[in-house]
Design a protein around this ligand. Structure first.
Ligand code: NAD
Length: 442
């Protein structure tokens, strides 16, 4: 028998919808094994724990894990065995593993597929997913009108739009009749390293639009474990400190093959990480490279190549050159502390190319102080009450407990201002740094 939700987690109104969302929302993208494999047992237990601790808002998309997240969330919600009106579900349309399609025909079909996977008769919110990858005029003139018909048919209750660049929200909201778009979901723009959403909040409030702020942990940047490989941020923001170069990787005793694999592990800019041409995060990586390289002429050549041939090829070009340099230095016999001069030069070059990530430096600082960067980040986002729900991705009972605890602790004791100021100082060089997203920005 299911028990009633925990009463202590704050509920906040969502714009003019009349919905009240728990201030901590359950982001279900990890249930699609997006951040690493998640068992069905863990997925269902996480949903159950979340609901019992007072989380009433669950967000997913057909895109996450190629429909796996919707299926897992559906199973988790069904297993709760509580009346449908006790939880709020949002899913999305227009973005799929196969690509983007915001046509009226596709989104109309999409909701039926989502409802089947979620085992629901309706969703509370249907959001156009990452609209910067479509034509914004199509969103205004075709997609949103199609969603209005779904509203009339009772398949959805409210309409939302999501995206990374904040400009897409004003573009659409300025062009649709008031009350047409009920909700916006912004991500990675209200966390310790990037708080640019704050500037848009008065405008959204004036329009009566509800605000969901997703990715308070910056999609893993503000966690002790660091982000997944596919994370689109620049190297300056995301690389783990373990990717710094230990000198022993170049010891002359290494075979050529070992040297090659060492170099490859350091040069972690694999094209697979940057497979979507439109994302172009490798330009961020190149910027770091350009700014920090001790060989600007060499890198200028790479940049030219990048513009000429497209980004992925250039990354291979960089890898190939660094590898070649590494292999060539094996010929040199001028030893110094067991390393040749060329090898030392190469180490310096690589260390400058891959500086320690500011986010990992902040996480390490917190750990040393006996604090947790993720809790600090959750509390930073939760403290702004103009945000209806802080949507955090969770895949374990432990994470659910920690994130709910972050909220209840904040409500009782307030923010840890001292640690927050120290972490903000560490992150200040990358404050509000984002990455390009969408066809307009590629
Ligand atoms: P996030 O910032 O919430 O970070 C999620 C990562 O942090 C996962 O690896 C998770 O396992 C880990 N984590 C969670 N709690 C933790 C804790 N207490 N300690 C350590 N690690 C912890 O990023 P996200 O999952 O991408 O964003 C949250 C949700 O927002 C998504 O699941 C999705 O529902 C939604 N979202 C939507 C869009 C969009 O519509 N365009 C974009 C991003 C996110």
């Amino acid at each position: 028998m299911a028990s009633s939700p925990h009463p202590n987690l704050e509920l906040r109104p969502l714009g003019n919808t009349g919905l009240k969302l728990s201030c901590v929302g359950f982001g279900a993208s990890p249930l699609g094994s997006v951040f690493g494999p998640v068992s069905e047992h863990d997925a269902i237990s996480s949903v159950r724990e979340a609901f019992h601790l007072g989380i009433n808002f669950f967000d997913t998309s057909p895109y996450y894990g190629g429909t796996l997240s919707e299926k897992m969330l559906g199973k988790g919600l069904k297993a709760l065995g509580v009346p449908r009106n006790e939880y709020i579900v949002s899913t999305k349309c227009g973005r799929y593993l196969e690509g983007f399609d915001f046509s009226a025909e596709r989104v109309t079909k999409s909701i039926d597929e989502s409802l089947a996977r979620l085992q629901l008769d309706y969703v509370d919110i249907l959001q156009c997913h990452d609209i910067e990858f479509g034509s914004l005029d199509q969103i205004v003139n075709e997609t949103i009108p199609a969603l209005q018909k779904l509203k009339e048919a009772g398949k959805i209750r409210f309409i939302g739009i999501t995206g990374l660049p904040l400009s897409v929200f004003t573009y659409v909201l300025d062009r649709v009749p008031p009350g047409t778009v009920d909700v916006i979901l912004s991500y990675c723009h209200y966390s310790i390293n990037d708080s640019t959403l704050a500037d848009l909040l008065p405008y959204l409030k004036s329009k009566g639009v509800g605000v969901i702020s997703a990715s308070p942990l910056a999609m893993g940047l503000l966690t002790e474990n660091g982000p997944p490989e596919w994370h689109p941020a620049s190297a300056e923001l995301k690389l783990r400190s373990k990717q710094m170069l230990p000198a022993k990787m170049f010891h002359p005793a290494l075979s050529q093959q070992e040297l090659c694999s060492s170099l490859l592990s350091i040069v972690s800019i694999r094209p697979s990480m940057y497979s979507t041409r439109t994302h172009h995060p490798d330009f961020g990586m190149l910027t770091v490279l350009l700014r920090s390289s001790v060989a600007p002429i060499f890198v200028d050549g790479v940049e030219d190549c990048c513009f000429q041939y497209g980004s992925n090829q250039s990354l291979w070009y960089i890898q190939a050159l660094i590898l070649l340099l590494g292999i060539l230095t094996r010929q040199s016999e001028q030893d110094m502390y067991g390393l040749s001069l060329c090898e030392i030069y190469l180490i310096c070059l690589c260390m400058l190319i891959f500086p320690q990530s500011k986010c990992q430096a902040a996480a390490a600082f917190c750990k040393e102080k006996g604090k947790n960067i993720s809790k600090l980040a959750m509390q930073y986002s939760l403290a702004n009450k103009d945000i209806s729900s802080v949507l955090v991705g969770m895949n374990s009972v432990r994470q659910v407990k920690e994130n709910v605890y972050a909220a209840t602790e904040l409500a009782t004791f307030g923010k840890d201002q001292e640690t927050l100021s120290e972490v903000e100082a560490i992150l200040s060089p990358v404050k509000n740094q984002t990455w390009p997203s969408g066809i307009q920005e590629s």
